[in-house]
Design a protein around this ligand. Structure first.
Ligand SMILES: [Fe+2]
Ligand SMILES: [Fe+2]
Length: 492
């Protein structure tokens, strides 16, 4: 479970996927043990044998994690547990159990539960009965829990209170603002670089760190924001989208926070070399001739060169240079620059290759009016498979985006049309995302509610709404990004 910042990624890849799996297993194991002890503590006293035995196992699990990480912090975000920034994937078997623990968190107004090194078995024995205590008392559940924890002399378990005033719309608004800030900062960076004024790398790093926080807290909405496509400033919007998607994908692949910020910076600047590509070539409506192609295909090298020559290049992650150079290389020796051996391509470049391709083919361009819908893009990418992409990374990406990716337009059996806003956490409900209704059953445009397709009719137990199939936003004159922006501007 080498997830420490000190282990260079290059030494872990291709072990990275295994590390991620091991981390997931260890983390889920820990949650299961926490759940078991919580349940037993509700019915038995701390001297009970079963309680003691399970407590010992829980303490062992915690010690294993704390030996490698400086803390073990659980948070609940959008129906999933996050451990030290990594989202835990539930399976069919573990989902109900995680759900029950989430309810415990919610009822205690708990945002985070943090175990710290130095936690002894005895301290844990004092903490768990307090955590499991059920009786309803007056006042805030969180304040009561905190008082009980303090009174029990527990110091290596910290609690963070959920902030009730941080409403979804405030969060969405902040996420939207951050995306626009990203676009503005990249525009400024390109301008500065064209004038040889260097980049403001520390500002970029701070920005990407904030983006990381939003990906952890508000991933669905971040995905929604990647529907923003700007025809005129294609490279800017595209680069920010690639940065957002690359970080979200890297997270699924088990990268830690530090690695994800480096990946975000690298993705942010992946097309910096396009500053030197003439607009007539970038936006040429017809096929490029051989000479134009050659100029176009210089952008990876140009970008890498710019990054190397930067005065502040030491502040940049080395991978930014790799990513700029390698993001058009295919595993089967295709792509460009041609001089590269695909086996040498950096993990970050392989991640950016996948999301770069996705964002490019789902964006309308001067020379390509017809774009792929998000679902079509994913099936095309699966068809291309290993000749174009690294198979494991592609699989993780397709899985992350889901059957009806966030931002897809879908027709419902009721006749209503909606935009997919959030994916269901339960894998069994993959075809039942949350959808914002944009027309009624008669086809009239409405500013409808966000409905959960997993909701059932109380009387019959049947699902209230189901997806009939995907629709092409182009056919319906729908600008999907607008719905996400409108949602971000909701008062709240
Ligand atoms: Fe590129
Ligand atoms: Fe690109």
């Amino acid at each position: 479970m080498a997830r420490t910042e000190s282990s260079p990624l290059s030494q872990r890849w291709p072990l990275g996927a295994d590390d991620a799996r091991t981390f997931q297993r260890t983390a889920i194991d820990l949650l299961i043990r926490l759940h078991i002890v919580d349940k037993i503590a509700k019915i038995h006293d701390p001297n009970n044998d079963a309680f003691r035995e399970q407590l010992r196992l829980l303490h062992g699990s915690l010690e294993r994690i704390l030996a490698e990480e400086k803390e073990a912090t659980f948070r609940v975000r959008h129906g999933a547990f996050i451990l030290n920034g990594a989202r835990l994937r539930s399976s069919f078997g573990t989902y109900p159990l995680l759900k029950s623990l989430m309810t415990e968190f919610r009822e205690r107004e708990l945002d985070a539960l943090r175990f710290k090194p130095g936690l002894t078995l005895d301290e844990l024995r004092r903490f768990m009965p307090v955590f499991a205590r059920r009786e309803k008392r007056t006042g805030s559940a969180f304040a009561q829990l905190q008082t009980d924890v303090d009174e029990a002399g527990v110091v290596h378990v910290e609690l963070e209170r959920a902030t009730p005033f941080k409403t979804t719309s405030t969060l969405n608004r902040n996420t939207a603002r951050l995306v626009f800030l990203g676009i503005a900062h990249l525009k400024d960076s390109f301008r500065r670089n064209a004038r040889n004024e260097g980049l403001k790398v520390p500002t970029t790093r701070r920005l990407i760190q904030s983006i990381y926080n939003h990906i952890v807290d508000n991933e669905s909405f971040v995905f929604g924001m990647t529907n923003l496509k700007n025809y005129d400033e294609y490279t800017l919007n595209h680069s920010v989208n690639v940065c957002l998607l690359a970080m979200a994908l890297g997270r699924r692949l088990g990268l830690n926070r530090g690695e994800l910020v480096d990946l975000g910076i690298a993705a942010f600047f992946h097309d910096l070399g396009k500053i030197d590509t003439p607009l007539e070539i970038l936006n040429k409506p017809s096929r490029l001739d051989a000479e134009e192609r050659e100029i176009m295909e210089r952008h990876p090298f140009k970008g890498a060169e710019k990054l190397v020559l930067l005065k502040e290049s030491r502040r940049l992650p080395l991978q930014a240079i790799h990513v700029s150079m390698e993001h058009h290389i295919k595993p089967d020796r295709g792509g460009y620059p041609r001089s590269f051996r695909p086996a040498d391509v950096n993990l970050f470049s392989r991640i950016v290759k996948v999301v770069d391709y996705f964002d490019a083919i789902t964006t309308k361009r001067v020379y390509r009016q017809d774009t792929f819908t998000r679902a079509e893009a994913l099936s095309l990418m699966l068809e291309l498979g290993g000749t174009e992409f690294h198979p494991v990374i592609l699989k993780a990406f397709v899985h992350m985006m889901g059957t009806f990716p966030i931002g897809s337009l879908v027709g419902l059996r009721s006749g209503e049309i909606g935009v997919v806003f959030e994916l269901a956490e339960d894998p069994q409900l993959a075809l039942r995302p949350k959808v914002k209704l944009i027309t009624d059953a008669d086809g009239n445009k409405i500013d409808g509610a966000i409905v959960d397709l997993a909701d059932r009719d109380r009387a019959t137990g049947r699902f209230l709404r189901s997806i009939a199939g995907p629709l092409d936003p182009g056919d319906y004159g729908v600008e999907v990004a607008g719905y996400f922006l409108a949602e971000a501007l909701q008062p709240g």
